[in-house]
Design a binder for this molecule. Structure first.
Ligand code: ZN
Length: 366
């Protein structure tokens, strides 16, 4: 399997005409107040600049560096250099650690073959560029409540799909020793909800999160993302006719946040206490395991059109709907290969703790 993985990656690398980022730097800006935010916010209009994380982490091309640093200095915005040369980090890390889109699709089929008693391949539909969208389903009890995990909405957030895959593999492996979760829930895993965007990042690592029109980083109209999201929401809505959905997590990177509804407003939803309680349970379990500290709560990031707002507020009304911004380990989106398993492991602990919290909170589960 490892050999197969390498083969697919090397092949993709050889075929891809890679955009380079020589001399690009990522600055970490110290935005302390509304005045700073207003000054930094103006940089959003410059399409050559790229906020990796708004408003703090900003990628600047070499030709713009002098202008940007004087702008920041003149306006009293402190900053330091988070990444000296993006290309160096790319050469050292990405995308060699990230499985290609075909590898992910094959992984779903391989999981179903490896765990025939608990795993099924679920077909969601086709992407705009006609890539098959498949999810992995794990479960043994058709009456069980459903849990939905997805990643890869923002294509360059590579750690999200592999973390979704890691959680699925751990759950499948643990089934031999611990029946609790898979007897109580049916799990759906969609590692890449945006397969075309994901494939595209193989030629341009900074392909931005341009497929999310509501993102701060949105750079244009990419209608294909709408097709995938519509197919996914249709699938969940249809499935929910015969199955209750209890939990929904949309995985992103990076930012160390476990976000509860709502994203679009500071108003608290009626289920906020339960929702946030089980976000806290997840965050605390992660901290206890690895020391990684997450923020949790609602409206940590101003977003309209967040998937978890749809999951909770839309027709399916999934009570425990979240988005998680995974860690970056100081490398922004370019998470080094050796961090994949530690991030997967701690996230898995957090997710399990959060599910246990749901079981303890809800009278109808199991
Ligand atoms: Zn994202």
């Amino acid at each position: 399997m490892v050999r197969l993985l390498c083969l697919a990656i090397c092949l993709t690398l050889a075929l891809a005409e890679y955009r380079r980022y020589d001399g690009y730097q990522v600055l970490k800006l110290d935005v302390k107040n509304d005045r700073d935010l207003e000054i930094v916010g103006k940089l959003e209009n410059d399409i050559e600049l790229d906020f990796w994380k708004y408003p703090s982490d900003l990628m600047v091309p070499p030709g713009k560096m002098d202008g940007i640093t004087s702008y920041l200095n003149n306006n009293g915005i402190m900053y330091n250099v988070m990444m000296e040369n993006v290309q160096d980090v790319l050469d050292a890390n990405a995308p060699a650690q990230a499985p290609g889109i075909n590898v992910i699709d094959q992984w779903i089929k391989d999981m179903a073959t490896a765990y025939p008693l608990i795993a099924d391949v679920v077909y969601i539909g086709e992407s705009y560029e006609l890539r098959p969208m498949r999810a992995l389903k794990l479960g043994v009890n058709a009456d069980a409540s459903a849990i939905w995990f997805e990643g890869g909405l923002h294509a360059r957030e590579w750690i999200a799909p592999v973390t979704v895959m890691y959680i699925a593999e751990q759950l499948a492996k643990e089934y031999d020793t611990d029946l609790t979760f898979l007897n109580t829930f049916e799990f759906y895993f969609l590692p890449t909800i945006n397969p075309d965007g994901y494939a595209f990042t193989w030629t341009d690592v900074s392909a931005s999160s341009s497929t999310d029109p509501c993102s701060q980083e949105y750079r244009g109209d990419f209608p294909e993302s709408e097709v995938e999201i519509a197919k996914t929401t249709d699938f969940i809505t249809l499935a929910s006719a015969s199955q209750r959905f209890t939990m929904f997590i949309d995985f992103h990177s990076y930012g160390l946040m476990w976000m509860c509804p709502w994203a679009y407003t500071t108003e608290l939803p009626p289920d906020y206490d339960d929702q946030c309680n089980c976000a806290e349970a997840g965050a605390m379990a992660i901290e206890a395991y690895s020391g990684t500290q997450y923020l949790y709560g609602n409206h940590l990031k101003l977003v309209s059109g967040a998937a978890y707002d749809w999951a909770y507020g839309g027709p399916v009304n999934i009570k425990y709907s979240y988005a998680i911004e995974l860690p970056d380990r100081e490398n922004g989106f370019l998470v080094p290969a050796e961090d994949i398993i530690p991030i997967g492991e701690e996230t898995y602990r957090g997710v399990k703790a959060s599910i246990n919290c749901i079981v303890n909170t809800e009278p109808y589960v199991p």
